[in-house]
Write a protein that binds this ligand. Structure first.
Ligand code: HEC
Ligand code: HEC
Ligand code: HEC
Ligand code: HEC
Ligand code: HEC
Ligand code: HEC
Ligand code: HEC
Length: 420
């Protein structure tokens, strides 16, 4: 029953997904114009470049908000502006950095989030404005050494109403005179492929005998039955109002397990019916683990999340042992060794190479260059003519004028065991 449903879903959604990824012509024109010549082809020009990335390789969003919400629309785009030179300089003032999304200019008709923002989050947001005040386009803010737009309210649907999990985020840099001096495109990933419906449908394994008519109703009724809560009477329900959630910054109710602990621990106890990571994380169609780096990528249809995160039971057990969900995650060093220890607890917050963010050169977690997904690779191809990590094979001239000494990871104390 569950298998049949999955196969049907997979084939129909794949067609749509394919259309969504190949169709938007703004993305193609980004790469097909004369502007697409790798920036490094201008060897002596001290021009600006901009490198952008998403903080996460995937942002999940609840498919509907009328009854319950796990995660709201909330996407974070980050960028560094670099003035090429000898040495290059990270630019933190004197420019304006704007973002927009190709073929996603409105949220109208795409989600019911703005109908339930008051009961769920206690704020009455104008349509299209997210929880931090940002919309689908706007100006990025300088925070320390990078430009950021936090809380962009993206939903995974394009302006033609088609599924759009990998959106083209356009980032443009203007100088004091208003002249466009650099432009790039980074993937804005967002998906609602949380397949609670595989099991929590009216006739499914969840809430046996309770037919509420919806997936969400099934989940809420089951929760009331098993945990003595009254969620059915209090819709819409924000799960994180009781279950603490570091992704949303909610403290939760004392004594109630965190959202991550509750979800992973309960579902790890399901004997022969333990879900796979792609049942709740996007997913069999979306394939959010899309790096093509040997050793870190998915193996066929097997997402291999366990290679870095451990099993479902382990994701939960480590929280019982003190791991902070969302804040204590796998590290590069656990496999690549101590010389890749990051200067912040999380990779996404860390810099290497003289203040350049790890993610500027390697991309978002789970989408490390090269990616299996063409849209992810457009930026490194534009900057250096190949989809590898920025600066690979001696392509220092993406940022440097002239050939600098040393290597990227041999900076103040690293043991420099990698000679590239
Ligand atoms: C592979 C099947 C499967 C998937 C996928 C799945 N669940 Fe479940 N879930 C179950 C089963 C089975 C139970 C236990 C049913 C029972 O207690 O009778 C359960 C229990 C629950 C409970 C009740 C926990 C308790 O005991 O109080 C909640 C809440 C829940 N699931 C939410 C979700 C949400 C949200 C998703 C999607 C993000 C999801 N589940 C995905 C199978 C699944
Ligand atoms: C009103 C507070 C409240 C809300 C809202 C709430 N929960 Fe719970 N939840 C609880 C309590 C209390 C428990 C029982 C905790 C325990 O047994 O230690 C629980 C248990 C669970 C469990 C089972 C944990 C386990 O290991 O048995 C899951 C899964 C779960 N909740 C998921 C959800 C989801 C999904 C939502 C949003 C639809 C949600 N909860 C909303 C209070 C809440
Ligand atoms: C039954 C649904 C379900 C399954 C199966 C599931 N997850 Fe999750 N996972 C969630 C939900 C829901 C969240 C978001 C919790 C929140 O909002 O804090 C989450 C969050 C996470 C997080 C971030 C929070 C943390 O604990 O650090 C990680 C990492 C994670 N999942 C890994 C995995 C891996 C690895 C697997 C497979 C082994 C897996 N998950 C399977 C539902 C699931
Ligand atoms: C589960 C272990 C594991 C983790 C965790 C891991 N990697 Fe890897 N990585 C590998 C393996 C295995 C390879 C392929 C063999 C090799 O080149 O070392 C690889 C290859 C790479 C390569 C290509 C190296 C080359 O010269 O071609 C890069 C870049 C890379 N990883 C970056 C990262 C970053 C960044 C992180 C942290 C965000 C990370 N890795 C975390 C296992 C891991
Ligand atoms: C090669 C190792 C590797 C694999 C494979 C992997 N992850 Fe991760 N994951 C990481 C690292 C490293 C982080 C922490 C990133 C950071 O510190 O910024 C992370 C973080 C996360 C987070 C927290 C939010 C975020 O993106 O930082 C979630 C959720 C998550 N992973 C889920 C998954 C799921 C689901 C899969 C399988 C589809 C998976 N991961 C496969 C290494 C991996
Ligand atoms: C200026 C660009 C740049 C920055 C910044 C950067 N890297 Fe790299 N990194 C590279 C390049 C280029 C390679 C070589 C990859 C290749 O050959 O495919 C590499 C390789 C790696 C590898 C694989 C090493 C191996 O030989 O297996 C890891 C792990 C890694 N980087 C982690 C990080 C981490 C963690 C950070 C941040 C602390 C970081 N990098 C910052 C450009 C960068
Ligand atoms: C993504 C941009 C970028 C790439 C690619 C890059 N660098 Fe850099 N590099 C910088 C920045 C920014 C600085 C910091 C200059 C400063 O201190 O303000 C820097 C500084 C340096 C410095 C110290 C300053 C100097 O010029 O003596 C060295 C050495 C260096 N890089 C070597 C390399 C080498 C070798 C490569 C290629 C293998 C490389 N870099 C690739 C951005 C980059």
């Amino acid at each position: 029953m569950r298998l049949i449903k999955r196969v049907v879903l997979a084939s129909s959604a794949l067609v749509l997904l394919f259309a969504a990824i190949t169709a938007p012509d703004g993305i193609n024109s980004f790469i097909d114009t004369a502007d697409a010549a790798p920036e490094r082809m201008r060897p002596n020009a001290p021009n600006y470049i901009v490198i952008a990335w998403n903080d996460l390789g995937m942002h999940c969003i609840s498919p509907r908000f009328k009854q319950m919400a796990i995660l709201p629309p909330f996407n974070n785009l980050e960028a560094q502006v670099i003035k090429r030179g000898s040495p290059p300089r990270i630019v933190t003032s004197g420019v304006t950095v704007r973002y927009s999304i190709n073929n996603n200019t409105t949220v109208a008709g795409k989600t019911d989030f703005w109908d339930y923002d008051v009961p769920l989050f206690g704020v009455d947001l104008p349509l299209g404005i997210g929880l931090t005040g940002n919309g689908l386009s706007g100006t990025m803010t300088m925070v320390g050494d990078r430009y950021e737009a936090r809380g962009i309210p993206t939903v995974p649907i394009d302006d033609q109403g088609q599924p759009y999990p990998y959106q083209g985020g356009i980032v443009e840099v203007f100088d004091d005179t208003g002249r466009l001096v650099a432009k790039t495109m980074a993937t804005i990933p967002v998906s609602d492929e949380l397949h609670c419906d595989y099991c929590h449908d009216a006739g499914g394994v969840g809430a046996p005998g309770i037919n509420t008519g919806t997936v969400e109703g099934n989940i809420l009724a089951l929760h009331d039955l098993r945990d003595g809560t009254n969620l059915m009477q209090n819709q819409p329900v924000l799960c994180a109002s009781c279950h603490s959630d570091n992704a949303l910054g909610t403290p939760g109710e004392p004594g109630v397990p965190s959202m991550s602990l509750a979800m992973h621990e309960r579902h790890a106890q399901l004997g022969t019916n333990v879900p796979s990571c792609y049942d709740c994380h996007p997913g069999a169609q979306t394939k959010c683990l899309r790096t093509n780096l040997e050793g870190m990528r998915a193996n066929g249809s097997n997402p291999n999340c366990e290679r870095c995160h451990g099993t479902l039971a382990n994701v939960a057990a480590t929280i019982r042992d003190g791991r902070q969900p969302w804040l204590d995650e796998p590290t590069c060093a656990q496999c690549h060794g101590g010389s890749f220890t990051t200067n912040q607890p999380l990779y996404k917050d860390s810099t290497g190479h003289h203040g350049v963010y790890c993610a500027a050169c390697h991309n978002s977690p789970h989408a490390w260059y090269p990616s299996k997904l063409g849209i992810d690779n457009k930026q490194p191809i534009k900057l250096q003519g190949s989809a590898e990590s920025i600066g690979a094979d001696g392509k220092c001239s993406v940022c440097h004028i002239g050939q600098p000494d040393g290597d990227i990871h041999d900076e103040g104390g690293g043991d420099g065991d990698d000679d590239r």
